[in-house]
Design a protein around this ligand. Structure first.
Ligand code: SF4
Ligand code: SF4
Length: 496
């Protein structure tokens, strides 16, 4: 790309953090032998937790349903190995709170015996609804981190007559390269999955956005898509957060998704490259989502790289497989900008986890925060066009409603503002905390309203019961009076 072309194409938002992707991205993909025990949380997706359908002690095959989806937005969980259900209990959640999460544990028998699968020889002969049904049954969710059930998105795309599928190969988070690796090693699966998704939603074209710092992935995808002119590979400038849906849509199509709207409402649907590969597996091979590629990286890791691992593997086991040079100073699930800090490594690999980072002391160091000098850098960097310094000032003053007036709810917690802040103010922490407070406030409001509705319903029921009792008493009295009158009349008419 020429200098001027680049200047004009270069977005005005975002940041250029050191990407730290190599050498992990260049290391050949390794396969983790299944650990002795796996821990499958029932809630690995947006929506309702899955409900167990197996019992402790039951023998299961690889790919067998362990927990079924509950409700319209949910996803089932399947066994990543053949073996025995060891427990249905709790495991540490992949969440900073470190709280327990309901989970099913499986002891592997080491044989890896699959259930009988239902492959589709010609996916394009299947009705779109059947593609959606099989994708939902396979437990496929957004693997880029969003974890929204893929089939629910298909239905939305079909309903809103989406014409363009955007395949997200942005992977802009530093240190992560699992999407890069899947495009390099399994480009055919990604392209085939994208074509199946197009068929499911009725899209005419697929635009595959890949950051231009991944030349090997771009080349592999161009080769895989060469026979399919409807699948277009589009290099995009490497800039964080290019992998965010709204930013990628704008860069590829020029369309802006309004703050309170969904992408489908502007005629596009976004699926991550790894999600497309999972759709290929689910439809072509009939295999549910039980494994994924995860990046293991960070200064404390001896042999960083990408590992193909069963879901439910503990972070500690993945780190041990790659070797540790030192005790990690910080563990993160996901990337350093938007990932989740982990309290320890006894946390299982879940569907949406694209990386586990083990930082050394230098990487984990947090600079001391100073006062805001009103330089405006945070405003320039914000990809959502927000005023981070104004929102932060209101949150610091306890004025959450004031922060909402500055569009706090549009913040995607990308961390660009905090990254550029010369005073090292932890702006994203303010925003995440404020959003948590607002969510708690909303939950409390809903609880109060529900309690009020219950109290009103109880009063209405008591009033109704009292009215019914009064009516019944009046009826009985009238019957008694009538009986008395009849008896009196009989007595009067009787012979002396
Ligand atoms: S970047 Fe930091 S110092 Fe500059 S205006 Fe924003 S909050 Fe203030
Ligand atoms: S305000 Fe939110 S969306 Fe804007 S840069 Fe900061 S974290 Fe990102």
């Amino acid at each position: 790309m020429g200098f001027f072309e680049r200047i004009f194409r270069e977005p005005r938002w975002g940041v250029h953090p050191d990407n730290h992707k190599r050498p992990a991205a260049d290391a050949p993909l390794r396969v983790l032998p299944p650990p002795a025990r796996l821990y499958l949380p029932l809630h690995q997706h947006v929506g309702g937790a899955a409900r167990p359908v197996v019992l402790v002690g039951q023998k299961v095959l690889k790919g067998q349903l362990l927990a079924e989806a509950q409700g319209n937005i949910s996803a089932p969980i399947h066994a990543p190995v053949s073996g025995t259900v060891a427990a249905i209990g709790e495991v540490t959640a992949p969440h900073p709170s470190g709280l327990g999460f309901a989970a099913i544990s499986i002891d592997s028998d080491g044989e890896g015996r699959w259930i009988e699968t239902e492959p589709a020889l010609d996916p394009f002969a299947l009705a779109p609804e059947e593609i959606a049904r099989r994708t939902a049954a396979a437990g496929v969710v957004g693997l880029g981190g969003a974890t929204f059930p893929a089939a629910v998105k298909f239905a939305l795309g079909k309903r809103l007559a989406v014409s363009t599928l955007i395949v997200n190969g942005g992977e802009c988070e530093p240190y992560l390269s699992s999407d890069d690796r899947i495009m390099r090693d399994h480009a055919d699966q990604v392209v085939d999955g994208a074509r199946i998704v197009m068929h499911a939603i009725g899209a005419r074209e697929a635009l595959v956005g890949i950051e231009d710092n991944k030349p090997e992935a771009i080349a592999a995808m161009q080769k895989a898509a060469a026979a399919y002119p409807e699948v277009k590979i589009r290099p995009v400038p490497a800039r964080y957060p290019m992998g965010s849906d709204k930013q990628l849509i704008q860069t590829l199509t020029g369309k802006e998704v309004p703050a309170d709207a969904r992408a489908a409402e502007v005629g596009v649907l976004v699926h991550n490259v790894s999600t497309c590969a999972a759709v290929h597996q689910a439809i072509r091979l009939g295999r549910p989502l039980v494994e994924r590629i995860v990046t293991i990286n960070g200064g404390a890791v001896a042999r960083p790289g990408n590992i193909f691992a069963p879901l439910g593997t503990l972070a500690d086991e993945l780190l041990a497989f790659c070797g540790l040079k030192e005790t990690p100073a910080r563990l993160i699930l996901g990337g350093p900008m938007m990932g989740t800090p982990l309290l320890h490594g006894k946390v299982p690999l879940v569907k949406g986890a694209s990386g586990i980072l083990a930082f050394d002391a230098r990487e984990a160091a947090v600079p001391k925060a100073g006062p805001c000098i009103r330089c405006g850098s945070c405003t320039q960097a914000c990809p959502m066009g927000l005023l981070p310094l104004e929102m932060a000032a209101r949150i610091r003053a306890g004025d959450l409603d004031g922060a909402v007036d500055f569009a706090l709810s549009d913040c995607i917690a990308c961390g660009c503002c905090a990254y550029v802040c010369p005073s090292h103010i932890p702006l994203v922490q303010y925003f995440s905390h404020a959003k948590g407070e607002l969510a708690a406030r909303e939950r409390a409001r809903l609880r109060t309203e529900a309690a009020k509705r219950l109290a009103e319903a109880r009063l209405a029921r008591l009033a109704r019961e009292s009215r019914e009792k009064a009516a019944a008493a009046a009826r009985r009295k009238a019957e008694r009076d009538a009986a008395k009158a009849k008896a009196a009349a009989r007595a009067e008419g009787a012979p002396a």
